[in-house]
Ligand binder design. Structure first.
Ligand code: MGD
Ligand code: MGD
Ligand code: MO
Length: 591
């Protein structure tokens, strides 16, 4: 936690809420004290932070002004699948009953975080979920916004794990009250616009802190680790602390902005992985043929329909517009002095729109924002451009790094690839308060990705539930099972301080002794009997027995390739590994 706080102060990681004060109020106070221009406001804020009159919210996470109140969940099963430490989310975020028995242990060992007792429960005021399934998160939400399925809407889908762009197209209209995701967000934008004049001064200014970002000059911001809050240097936004920006908000116009493309987009162009692509002329050409949206006396390309949004992305993505791909290489040529545009020359005239994709899924075009070369039907493989065309790697030196000289890596002894033995059960504190009950075995519990589902999706239809025991089973070694009298298909109870699982055992010599597997991530609503050990409350899924543990070196930033990037580089958790005690379930499963 202390490391996390340092990381936010130094601009290594983002954290929301940002400050212990509403950022709108921060600006109001600055103005009252005479700061007017953006530069004056930023100076004022830096002084406040330096003198500790304004604090980062992360420093005191249990203060009521410092936690988020509203949680909108979209395209995730956040309270089950991604919630490493599901039971703690139930306790601290929702305040419902939960199966954890873990004692708080950080007291006395955290120095930077303010410790408050008792730990706060039920922090969220409102949880909203957009989904077409009544998944676990939807069941725990205050409001469910039913969304259209993949056959009821026009949408695009892709991933960096393959090279295809998939269109989803509406074969039938959305059922009952459900709406497409686009229509739901548009309706929310309209409502916010209508309500905001009553709630906000129009327009108003807001102060935003942004971490030091990868693929920008921020890569060179911090040659060494120095903490301004320890007096080791001055707090300088964008150097020794996060960037600060003053942003003008006009929520009353949110709906119009949602529905229109521009004007900043036209002026500022597209930026990705250190590449800036000007698009002014392409914007004008697009605007001439695209459906129009009018507001504020001007005409813009319309984003009213989901298909408009899809076509906009396809038109300005270097993956789907050959001209954009070509320009991405022009930008990379300017940066590197290499000759690269030949990689996009033959595709320059290609442009996929939604109709083209509906006729046939297409692969992404070779472009400088990705590192593969897929010309001539070649399969996608990353880093071809770096290896074959000597484009510098996006690291500090432009080469691949074996040695990491970031001081945080040195401090943790991970500056070179290192063997680290697995954490012991004792040190993991996963079993500090759990007692062995009867014939009982301690096992390492891994929660890898399911073979018969993608996370929590696709396993809950009748056909899948008829296969492979119709349940997410608990896999353990045959000799281990014999020691606790468990035969194949018997019910077992696996538990630790974090939570509990009750399910059927799969006994198999394919599982190494001492290890168990419980695949990620069955819904809590399917075939989960009650747990005698946890006061007959219903057991949980994979993340009932896990607990979030952040790896501190992954918080390190401000230096070369260690800089933060949204959805790319930030702390991952050791989420697939925990310890459990396992026993045969006494009696019959209770539902
Ligand atoms: N213990 C443990 N925890 C893990 C992992 C692990 O291995 N072990 N793996 C981690 C990893 S790598 C990942 S990626 C996360 C995954 O975690 P999540 O992304 O939270 O998991 P999913 O279950 O895939 O949730 C996706 C949800 O989106 C909904 N959905 C799908 N398409 C649409 C759509 O078009 N519109 C709307 N509105 N909803 C849609 C689905 O119905 C589903 O409920 O879990 C992480 N957590
Ligand atoms: N069927 C299916 N396919 C999927 C997904 C899905 O949910 N279902 N999810 C997709 C997503 S979002 C992701 S992120 C990927 C994840 O795909 P992978 O990264 O392949 O993830 P896992 O299958 O969770 O884990 C891989 C292996 O790591 C082993 N392992 C566990 N702990 C350790 C350890 O300490 N050391 C070593 N060396 N090995 C260990 C596990 O036993 C497992 O066999 O899969 C993608 N593909
Ligand atoms: Mo993932």
């Amino acid at each position: 936690m202390d490391q996390q706080i340092d990381a936010v102060r130094m601009g290594w990681l983002p954290f929301y809420p940002q400050f212990n004060e509403n950022p709108i109020e921060v600006i109001r106070r600055a103005e009252q004290e005479g700061a007017k221009t953006e530069a004056e406001i930023k100076d004022w804020v830096v002084t406040q932070i330096k003198n500790r009159r304004l604090r980062f919210a992360v420093e005191d996470p249990d203060a009521s002004e410092n936690w988020p109140r509203v949680w909108i969940i979209w395209r995730a099963n956040a309270i089950l699948s991604s919630a490493k430490g599901h039971e703690f989310f139930l306790k601290h975020y929702l305040g419902t009953h939960d199966n954890s028995i873990a004692e708080e242990v950080a007291k006395g060992s955290v120095q930077e975080a303010l410790w408050r007792e008792p730990a706060r429960k039920g922090k969220m005021d409102l949880v909203v979920d957009l989904n077409f399934r009544m998944d676990t998160s939807a069941l725990y939400s205050d409001i469910v916004l039913p969304s259209a399925t993949w056959y009821e809407k026009d949408d695009l889908n892709t991933t960096d794990l393959h090279s295809y762009i998939h269109p989803l197209s509406a074969a039938v209209p959305p059922c009952w009250e459900s709406k497409t995701d686009w229509e739901i967000f548009k309706a929310l934008a309209a409502k916010v616009s209508a309500l905001s004049p009553r709630q906000f001064p129009v327009p108003f200014r807001d102060i935003v802190a942004t971490p030091l970002l990868h693929d920008t000059v921020d890569d060179l911001a911090q040659p060494g680790v120095k903490g301004w809050y320890r007096g080791e240097c001055e707090p300088v936004p964008g150097k020794t602390m996060p960037h600060l920006s003053v942003v003008e908000r006009d929520y009353a116009s949110l709906y119009h902005k949602f529905c229109s493309l521009g004007p900043r987009f036209k002026e500022e162009g597209v930026e990705e992985r250190g590449i800036h692509i000007p698009i002014g002329d392409l914007y004008d050409r697009f605007a001439a043929s695209a459906p129009k949206y009018e507001w504020d006396g001007r005409e813009y390309p319309s984003l009213v329909e989901a298909i408009d949004a899809a076509n906009t992305i396809l038109r300005f993505g270097p993956e789907t517009n050959g001209e954009m791909a070509y320009r991405s290489f022009e930008a990379r040529e300017r940066e590197t002095g290499l000759k690269l545009t030949d990689l996009a020359r033959d595709n320059r005239g290609i442009h996929y729109d939604f109709e083209t994709l509906k006729a046939q899924p297409r692969r992404i075009l070779t472009n400088a924002c990705w590192s593969g070369i897929t010309n001539g039907g070649r399969p996608y493989s990353s880093y071809c451009q770096n290896i074959e065309r000597l484009v510098p790697w996006r690291t500090l030196t432009g080469r691949q790094h074996l040695y990491l000289d970031h001081e945080a890596y040195l401090a943790f002894g991970e500056n070179l690839p290192t063997f680290k033995p697995r954490i012991t059960a004792e040190a993991s504190l996963n079993l500090a308060d759990s007692r062995a009950e009867g014939e009982c075995l301690m096992l390492n519990c891994l929660t890898p990705h399911g073979k018969w589902h993608i996370h929590s999706t696709y396993s809950d239809d009748l056909r899948m539930l008829t296969l492979s025991r119709g349940i997410e089973p608990f896999w353990l070694n045959d000799k281990d099972a014999a020691r606790i009298g468990v035969r194949d298909n018997d019910w077992v109870e696996a538990y630790n301080d974090n939570g509990v699982i009750v399910t059927r055992a799969v006994v198999s010599a394919r599982i190494p002794a001492g290890v168990s597997l419980f695949y990620h991530a069955p819904e809590r609503s399917i075939a989960f009997p009650k747990s005698p050990l946890r006061r007959n409350r219903r057991g949980g899924g994979t993340n009932s027995v896990t607990r979030l543990r952040l790896k501190p070196v992954l918080m390190a930033g401000g230096y070369g390739q260690h800089c933060y990037r949204f959805n790319d580089y930030g702390p991952a958790a050791s989420d697939r590994d925990t310890y459990v005690l396992v026993r045969k379930l006494p009696g019959k499963p209770q539902w």
